[in-house]
Design a binder for this molecule. Structure first.
Ligand code: FPP
Length: 254
């Protein structure tokens, strides 16, 4: 099990984290694998491989902390534009990750979920995803939401189409479409919106990620490249989040 005492060098950081004010949902744009590899004169594939290690650490830390949802941008609809070999590496890493980690994730009550057009992924990856989501469906711990072949704009368009169909068939009254109903037509149905978005490697962009769901999310852009991001960096990001003043467009009266 992952519920072990914290490593000594993180005790200080843990002390300063308010366990009663943790973000419920953390979303991450895992950026910088290519630059990490380039800095070491390694092929980009090695950067992605190192990126999987960071993902393992971050999943484990979120699970141990009791975070409810972790959504990670693993493959965007735009990532198909990369060279065929690199797309192949990313798909292989996904398949390997699920094969290697499923037992441990399951033992630790992690629920695996996906968002995106999964039917366009290679058959092997789809098969592992099916096994993983099916096996972990009833778990009670962290929800690990993998954004794969995901794009925020196309998610919104699909939601509009599905609500439109329901209106035409008489299943949905147009006057009753509100923000809550619309949210239920998105991949993230049933999940709280992210409280914290982390983007690594310093880029100030949303890159078509969770366009609807990020409306009131606190954004942290950190300079570390994704393969350099681990437990300590995540705890630091949570600490910064806890210092933010979330007003949701309102003001404080006290
Ligand atoms: C961005 O780095 C990262 C990606 C496009 C993919 C993220 C994938 C992983 C961390 C590993 C595979 C995922 C799973 C679920 C096992 P980049 O290549 O755009 O970096 P760069 O901007 O420095 O070139």
């Amino acid at each position: 099990m992952w519920f072990k005492p914290w490593k000594k060098n993180n005790v200080d950081v843990m002390d300063r984290i308010a366990m009663d004010r943790l973000p419920r949902h953390i979303a991450i744009i895992m950026d910088g694998n290519g630059r990490w590899a380039q800095k070491r004169a390694l092929p980009r594939s090695m950067g992605h491989r190192a990126g999987v290690e960071s993902l393992r650490k971050v999943v484990k830390t979120c699970s141990k902390l009791g975070i409810e949802v972790l959504t990670v941008y693993a493959f965007s609809t735009e990532n198909w534009r990369r060279p065929k070999d690199e797309v192949g590496v990313l798909m292989t890493l996904l398949t390997e990750y699920l094969r290697n980690e499923l037992n441990e994730l399951h033992q630790n009550q992690v629920v695996i979920r996906t968002m995106g057009k999964i039917s366009d992924l290679p058959r092997e990856a789809q098969h592992e995803l099916e096994l993983a989501t099916e096996r972990t469906r009833d778990n009670k711990g962290l929800i690990l939401n993998l954004a794969l072949n995901y794009g925020g704009r196309s998610e919104i368009i699909e939601a509009v189409k599905s609500l439109g169909k329901d209106v035409l068939s008489g299943k949905q009254r147009i006057e009753e479409i509100d923000e809550e109903r619309f949210s239920e037509a998105l991949f993230t149905r049933g999940l709280p919106d992210p409280d914290l978005l982390i983007r690594t490697s310093g880029e100030m962009r949303l890159s078509n990620f969770l366009l609807w769901q990020l409306a009131y999310t606190e954004i942290e852009v950190v300079k570390e490249l994704w393969p350099d991001f681990g437990q300590t960096a995540l705890l630091e990001a949570i600490k910064v989040y806890q210092k933010r003043d979330r007003r949701y467009g309102g003001i404080h009266t006290n």
